[in-house]
Design a protein around this ligand. Structure first.
Ligand code: A3P
Length: 285
């Protein structure tokens, strides 16, 4: 049975969060060397965790193959309950799905670096819909149509995609933040890894890019139990309902959206994002 926890106006899975764990995240003392991956769910979080693991290990795949991703780059909002902070490591790699308004004050007090990963919201909606079947901590989705309505209204868990992206973009001049899209990772993983290495001040050792390309491919991650969530017990993720590493493609929305759903989505997108200056635009047609 799914339980909801509401924090700062956002509905979150109660199985993963408590008011204490969320309060802990909001008041977190970041170190200047910390690196935070911030995403709306289903935007490429796990992919970025894997890429940064390989970058910081200078291409050594052993950490990625032996330590689960949620320990390598723990969720800030779950640290209080899980105690999974790898405190002796530099940099500490952290992950969050929380909106910017919750974390911005703590981040602005620090020099921590933030990597914000965004994905075409149509593909996010499709991926999130399928994930609701698998994740027992999320409400049972009824139809795709009903889910899409909730997604556009921002009444799904983790709140509105539009608010999330606009909130983090709004921190562009206040935080040390790099904006990356899921689609860029697809199109040019090497180039994006180089951009990440420059932003993070983490030099690329010879061979790192080749190792990164190999271990961060969809097929390698799908088969890596430390990245594919297959270790999570069935009462939390029902693996008979689908795989976390589902398809990993760009544009899957085209095989899910009806023309009416697409028109509705485009209208809503235009209302919310029409005036927003995005670092890159997604093809919405
Ligand atoms: P799909 O459901 O569309 O397949 P997150 O980690 O933020 O929850 O995002 C999960 C989505 O990212 C899933 O999308 C998953 O397949 C995709 N993904 C994870 N690793 C990937 C990779 N190496 N290449 C392409 N897509 C990947």
């Amino acid at each position: 049975m799914e339980v909801t926890e509401t924090f700062a106006g956002i509905a979150l899975p109660g199985h993963l969060h408590t008011q204490e764990s969320l309060g802990f995240a909001a008041a977190f003392t970041f170190r200047p060397t910390d690196v935070l991956i911030a995403t709306y769910p289903k935007s490429g979080t796990t992919w970025m965790q894997e890429i940064l693991t390989l970058l910081f290990s200078l291409g050594d795949a052993r950490p990625a193959k032996t330590i689960p991703n949620w320990e390598r780059a723990p969720w800030l909002e779950q640290i209080y309950c899980r105690g999974a902070l790898r405190d002796t490591e530099t940099p500490r790699l952290l992950t969050t799905h929380l909106p910017a308004h919750v974390l911005a004050p703590a981040l602005q007090r620090s020099k921590a670096k933030v990597i914000y990963v965004a994905r075409n919201p149509k593909d996010v909606a499709v991926s999130f819909y399928h994930f609701h079947h698998l994740a027992k901590f999320l409400p049972d989705p009824s139809s795709f149509d009903a889910f899409l309505t909730q997604f556009l209204e921002g009444t799904v868990h983790y709140g509105s995609w539009f608010d999330h992206v606009k909130g983090w973009l709004g921190q562009r001049h206040l935080l040390d933040i790099l904006y990356v899209t899921y689609e860029e990772l697809h199109q040019d993983l090497r180039g994006t890894a180089q951009r990440l290495s420059t932003f993070l001040g983490c030099p690329l050792a010879p061979g790192t890019l080749a190792a990164l390309e190999q271990h961060c491919s969809f097929s390698a991650m799908r088969d890596n139990a430390m990245a594919n969530y297959s270790l999570i017990p069935a009462e939390i993720m029902d693996h008979s309902q689908g795989r976390f590493m589902r398809k990993g493609v760009v544009g899957d929305w085209r095989s899910h959206f009806s023309p009416e759903q697409n028109a509705l989505f485009n209208r809503r997108y235009q209302e919310e994002m029409g005036d927003v200056e995005l670092p890159s635009r997604w093809p919405m047609a």
